[in-house]
Design a protein around this ligand. Structure first.
Ligand SMILES: O=C(O)C(=O)Cc1ccccc1
Length: 297
């Protein structure tokens, strides 16, 4: 079974369908933490959750839920283009309230200001939770994934709505720690470092990557929710932990920051960007091995 952030009709469900094997059952959960908890408990084999939007940045609920509780690791990612449909009840009256996931609302702000200027905007747990609520008469319109009309008998007031063209969202498939995916040469590694309070620690972490010519693809901070000013850094980098340079860098991050959690090494959904060669790292490790065995100098 594969848990996903639902209810049915979310963007996350579409991503989950891309990950699922033909016979795998998809199970919706109303929140990201609930989908992850099911996987932590072993009730589902994996969970699909949104992690990052090209317009709105990180999905805080996912970042927090991956850091707190038993570890889970990502084994795959997917990137989906994001455009919205505005859904209303058949024969519904004027639109006084419009609901959706905060990331969706943020991506249609201009459209709403122009087309539904008087409407009150309400945040819901997901885009399809908004569609479901419109069907139940709680709100007048929902900003949803285009597939949501297949799940909820609503009318499309407007299609192809997006303030930003070519917006994309990235999703992760996570599991309990186990066998890692094989390196493909186009991989990404994710970690979260809860940094100790000392001068220069962030610079130390980044230097370790730069020294090994590892490309940083994302860095994001979140408060630990403990003391004011205490932060965690989410770091995505090119490469796989099985590669000597990446393994070496993760060991260095752990030295600077013992509270480093590995969030996975997995193939990139959109391969591209610089591919770092590992040859000199492999050759260097072999050389040190020989020196240690007294067979080289
Ligand atoms: O609510 C959804 O449909 C989700 O899967 C989260 C989301 C919300 C807005 C854009 C992309 C993903």
């Amino acid at each position: 079974m594969l848990a996903y952030f639902g209810p049915p009709g979310t963007f996350t469900e579409q991503a989950a369908r891309g990950f699922a094997t033909p016979q795998q059952e998809l199970v919706p959960f109303d929140t990201v933490p609930a989908a992850l908890t099911a996987t932590r408990r072993g009730e589902t084999q994996s969970a699909c959750v949104p992690v990052e939007s090209s317009v709105e940045g990180a999905v805080p609920a996912t970042m927090d839920a991956l850091t707190e509780g038993e570890p889970l690791v990502a084994v795959a990612e997917a990137v989906l283009p994001v455009r919205f449909s505005v859904l209303v009840r058949h024969g519904g009256g004027p639109v006084r309230t419009v609901a959706s996931h905060p990331h969706a609302l943020a991506q249609v702000r201009h459209w709403l200001a122009e087309h539904l200027p008087g409407a009150t905007v309400v945040a819901t747990t997901s885009t399809s939770a908004a569609a479901r609520a419109v069907l139940n008469g709680e709100f007048d319109a929902a900003v949803s994934a285009p597939v949501a009309v297949r799940h909820y008998p609503l009318e499309v007031l407007a299609a192809d709505v997006a303030d930003v063209r070519d917006a994309k969202t990235r999703f992760l498939l996570v599991r309990r720690p186990g066998t890692l995916p094989e390196p493909t040469g186009h991989d990404r590694t994710s970690v979260v470092c809860t940094v100790p309070d000392r001068v220069g620690v962030l610079s130390d972490l980044l230097s370790e990557l730069a020294l090994r010519r590892i490309n940083l693809t994302r860095i994001e901070s979140r408060p630990t929710k403990g003391r004011l000013g205490e932060y965690r850094f989410y770091i995505d980098m090119d490469g796989h932990v099985a590669e000597p340079r990446v393994g070496d860098a993760l060991a260095a991050l752990h030295r600077h920051c013992p509270q480093t959690r590995f969030l996975g090494s997995y193939p990139k959904a959109e391969p591209g960007g610089p591919v770092a060669g590992n040859e000199e790292f492999v050759a260097a490790v072999e050389w040190v091995d020989k020196v240690r065995r007294g067979q080289g100098a």
